[in-house]
Design a protein around this ligand. Structure first.
Ligand code: CA
Length: 236
């Protein structure tokens, strides 16, 4: 298996050192950045598989970095912060972070979470019968292009975030199967979310806003009292 590359964006040297040391020992390739600007430059340059992102950076907020990398590059993000405020946690998740750690953290837990994210990505991209197709068509004008991790509508990119894309792809891979909100949290986010299933609803709303036409059925169907499914005629 190819060595996974992790980018650490963190201004505190001691924390960077601990993370870099532990991750290299686990067999990951590591690149470090001290500021948000440096981090964004490194993202372009080294195209990491995952980003560990500090929330409080000297030049910009980790949220801004997260928003950019989640939309543009669709790289999974674990946010790291000194704050234990739930509002931050929820906001981070809504911006597309995959997981969230509060300092001080246990390094073994960080590694376990990183491995869990990589496992989940493999599961999502390998699940069920649609897995072998590079392009999944939803209805007449929407295309999920897996090689780009991008969804196109009428010849234009729709700018889905990392998590919005993962959720849509998961439902497309499991076409016509209904999932409860908790199941989706578990399968797509895969961690014990402390809030509720609002995160799923918010992501569904955003996907609909980006993909649905004014008239006609929604790409993602609400199954009243149960959850969501994708019941578009899927063609490849
Ligand atoms: Ca910091």
């Amino acid at each position: 298996m190819r060595q996974k590359h992790i980018l650490i964006i963190e201004d505190e040297e001691s924390i960077r050192d601990i993370l870099t040391y532990a991750l290299r020992k686990e067999g990951f390739a590591v690149t470090e950045a001290k500021t948000g600007g440096e981090g964004l430059a490194e993202l372009e340059r080294c195209r990491p598989d995952l980003v560990l992102l500090d929330l409080m950076l000297p030049d910009m907020s980790g949220f801004d970095v997260c928003k950019r990398l989640s939309t543009l590059l669709k790289i999974p993000v674990i946010m790291i912060t000194a704050k234990s405020d739930m509002v931050d946690k929820v906001l981070g998740m809504e911006l597309g972070a995959d997981d969230y750690m509060t300092k001080p953290f246990d390094i073994r837990e960080v590694i376990a979470r990183i491995r869990a994210i990589f496992r989940r990505i493999e599961q999502i991209s390998e699940s069920l019968d649609m897995q072998s197709f590079d392009v999944i068509k939803l209805g007449a004008n929407i295309e999920i292009r897996k090689d780009e991790r991008e969804v196109w509508k009428q010849g234009e990119k729709t700018g889905l975030t990392n998590k919005e894309y993962d959720l849509l792809l998961f439902l497309a891979h499991n076409n016509r199967r209904v999932f409860t909100r908790s199941e989706l949290l578990d399968r797509v986010w895969g961690f014990d979310f402390p809030g509720d299933t609002r995160t799923v609803d918010i992501h569904v709303q955003r996907i609909r806003k980006k993909l649905d036409s004014r008239q006609g059925a929604s790409v993602i169907e609400t199954v009243f009292g149960v959850g969501y499914k994708l019941d578009t005629q899927v063609r490849t």
